[in-house]
Design a protein around this ligand. Structure first.
Ligand SMILES: *Cc1c(COP(=O)(O)O)cnc(C)c1O
Length: 402
């Protein structure tokens, strides 16, 4: 780092404050004392479920305790249990294989492409190995959903979507989470709405909705749900479905309802920041920007780029130099999981076959959050820093005959 070089001083983990109207709504709930969802006839959770169902265009929405809980409930609701296999992405985060392992099932990992989406050729080849795909739209990259659904429909594979990074995104106008039988979302602090912890599950299917509501711990008070299937669906499931408590409470729901009203504007603000970083990085020698398909309306709450086939030491050098100037990059190529960046071969409870093509891509992925507390000027500065440091290390590599 040369003297006088620009330094970024923002925090990559600093979210925006909870909006004032959400704080007011939370205080009202606390004053009422009625925090439990079934302590009110038609309270905040129930209203939030109606609003989230309307937002996604789903018949039913269920608010739950976390995104991971939503995925586990989805797997149970489709009948996945001990010994079953579930297809899932090799490029994803720990709660995804964790949800599969949590119901006693085993992940079958499907590779990743340079577009950072699930490898559809690998999916086609493995589709016969399981009857469910837990599809993780990792870091907001949507695969070609038309081809993906055609592959899964042809093979009789049920799709559950992990939309932790695609809340508010769409593929050819279809909201993310609405192609599969069930869509799962997270509203913990690092996602697109912030309740601290929480999640949603959406579906159009009566029986799935009834089972998910019963699973979440409805104490036979399912009649109080904002969106609920006909009584007959509950009659079919109510004596067969265990109560595995994972409800959302009225306090979190109160914080989320005003955020849902602003969600589209927030998503647009993320993507504007993403486009600034992307433009600043484009054309950097040795660095590959991920091109986004036209069919995809993504939410740019994080950005990734590739340092393809760079030596490990040079990637570490880039990360250290950027960190020295205040820019925090995560790397998916590290031998040991760090923070949020564990990879499929770090999950020893879930045996995996080697995926050499994916390993090569994972080893090149650098990843950065873009919290909305960053201005577009901040984003331009961040891109200048990365560009300069990648450029410096790349030049050094050239001299050392790369
Ligand atoms: C955050 C996240 C989830 C769900 O997370 P919770 O922390 O359980 O709410 C699922 N998948 C991915 C890829 C995530 O990043």
């Amino acid at each position: 780092m040369s003297d006088g070089a620009e330094i970024f001083t923002g925090s990559f983990t600093q979210q925006e404050p909870i909006p004032e109207d959400a704080i007011e709504a939370a205080i009202d709930v606390m004053r009422s004392g009625r925090l439990h969802r079934y302590n009110t006839e038609d309270g905040e959770v129930s209203a939030l479920e109606r609003e989230f169902a309307a937002y996604t265009g789903a018949k039913y929405a269920l608010a739950v305790a976390s995104g991971g809980y939503a995925m586990g409930a989805a797997l149970r609701a489709v009948g996945i249990g001990p010994g079953d296999k579930v297809l899932t992405n090799a490029f994803t985060l720990a709660p995804v294989p964790g949800a599969i392992a949590g119901v006693g099932a085993q992940p079958v990992f499907v590779g990743v492409t340079e577009a950072l989406t699930i490898d559809l050729d690998d999916l086609e080849a493995k589709a016969g190995e399981a009857r469910v795909l837990m599809l993780s739209h990792m870091r907001g990259h949507l695969a070609d959903m038309d081809r993906l659904m055609a592959i899964c429909d042809a093979a009789g594979v049920t799709v559950i979507e992990d939309c932790a990074h695609t809340m508010g995104a769409a593929w050819r106008g279809q909201m993310s989470g609405r192609d599969g039988l069930i869509g799962c979302y997270s509203v913990q602090t690092y996602k697109h709405m912030n309740a601290g912890e929480g999640g949603f599950l959406v579906t159009d299917d009566d029986d799935i909705a009834a089972r998910a509501i019963l699973l979440s711990g409805s104490y036979m008070l399912y009649g109080r749900h904002g969106t609920r299937p006909p009584e007959a669906a509950f009659e079919r499931a109510k004596y067969l479905t265990p109560n595995i408590s994972g409800r959302m409470d009225n306090l979190r729901a109160a914080i989320l309802r005003p955020q849902l009203r602003k969600l589209d504007a927030q998503c647009a603000a993320w993507t504007a920041r993403y486009r600034v970083v992307e433009a600043g990085l484009r054309g950097t020698p040795g660095l590959t920007v991920i091109e986004r398909p036209e069919e995809e309306r993504f939410v740019g709450s994080s950005i990734q780029f590739l340092l393809g086939d760079w030596p490990t030491s040079a990637i570490r050098d880039v990360i250290a130099r950027c960190a020295g100037r205040g820019v925090v990059l995560k790397w998916f190529g590290g031998a040991e999981p760090e923070g949020f960046t564990s990879r499929y071969d770090s999950w020893h409870y879930a045996p995996s076959a080697p995926l050499p093509k994916s390993d090569r891509i994972l080893a090149s992925i650098l990843d950065m959050r873009l919290p909305l507390t960053f201005s577009e000027a901040d984003c331009a500065l961040i891109a200048r820093i990365i560009r300069a440091e990648v450029g410096a290390v790349w030049q050094g590599l050239g001299q050392a005959a790369r």
